[in-house]
Design a protein around this ligand. Sequence first.
Ligand SMILES: Nc1nc2c(ncn2[C@@H]2O[C@H](COP(=O)(O)OP(=O)(O)OP(=O)(O)O)[C@@H](O)[C@H]2O)c(=O)[nH]1
Length: 434
Amino acid sequence: MTWLRRAVPLRYLTSNRRPQNPPWMTYPAALYSDSTEKKGKVTPLQVNSSSFHFLSRQRLSLLPSSIDFVIVQETRMRDRFTLYARGGEGGSGCSSLRRSRTDRFGKPDGGNGGRGGDVILECTHAVWDFSGLQPHVKGGKAGHGTSKNRIGNRGEDKVLQVPIGTVIHLQEGELPSQIQVGSPKSSDPWDLPGTLVDDPASDENSDVDQDSSVESESEAESVASALHVGTEEETDFEEGQVSIADVGLVGMPNAGKSTLLGALSRAKPRVGHYAFTTLRPNLGNVNYDDFSVTVADIPGLIKGAHRNRGLGHNFLRHIERTKVLAYVVDLASGLDGCEGVTPWQQLRDLVMELEYHEEGLSDRSSLIVANKIDEDGADERLEELERRVRGVRIFPVCAVLEEGVDELKNGLKMLVNGDGEGSERLKLENISVD
Ligand SMILES: Nc1nc2c(ncn2[C@@H]2O[C@H](COP(=O)(O)OP(=O)(O)OP(=O)(O)O)[C@@H](O)[C@H]2O)c(=O)[nH]1
């Protein structure tokens, strides 16, 4: 334990203003000594901690003007601290069967429990000792999984601020699993680092945007790798690898791309009912009698992705390295008076984002997967989609129940082989929106 004497200018004590913390850092070292020698013009008042308590404001105001500083108290600086930290409890998985008119027995569709929150020590200039810390800290509890393969919410992280230069000695328990450079706040999927505000004015400031995207891309990589939890059957890929997949599943967040990859192949990517569950592409193999096709579940694209909104640059780059495209749209989006983008508008936005990112990027064999056909009102939506979009084939699918998946597999095979109709491209002029 270190004892520090705080020297505070007299004017702070005789007025109602509180001294800035920590005041002792800014004053001459001579003031920390009890010695009266070599003080120059400054004559410190000799008080100890007990006599200070009897020094009233009235007496302070009567002190001679030759006194500039007063040693007002002794402060304990906590430079050692024992912290008992525990990660939050994970949520329970859900046991659920999803039945439909065509499937009386149903298929399992219970989601996994969410991940418990972490305890994170953040080094910052804002604190200079450990006096603000609680000795026992626990990460937030995660939510339970629910039906429709929804994983539970992630537990809340507890972020503790510690001074820069803090050294951690593990006394008992497990080593911290992760050391991350950068702000821990950036691990929140809704607060992605490097995302640009969707501000029309920012187009005019394109120089600024480009600069910030360089910085954000590298940060995005580190965040993505920190967040990604791989499973045995899913594979992720890195920059620099060649020719990565035959089919790229392209769609907006929450369209059901990961669920679809799971239905098409044996991959088991993470599925969540919130946007940006997927931060790195997942790969799966679709097997046919004679050959197999690799499908990549590309993280969701949002409007403005070409300006790196929602880590768009990172995700769009993966599309460059796929042979053909399967646009996945959510038929149920915007139904029942909920907010959402119509399937034809989703398609238009996606094609535009691809083209803005790189001219000709959408100019490759494509098909459309009209997902969530099981939802109320989706049949009518499908009919309208077929009226509004021409030139490419549309496959109605319920990825959760794996309905329509066999037809889609045949369609993908034709697309990759370039057989017959399987070489159609989705063109902007063939999508009609209001
Ligand atoms: N009703 C219904 N829900 C579905 C279907 N397919 C997926 N979902 C649900 O839609 C939500 C999003 O599914 P994901 O597979 O994570 O979507 P994604 O497109 O990969 O999302 P991002 O990772 O954000 O890009 C989940 O809650 C799924 O259970 C479907 O066919 N029918």
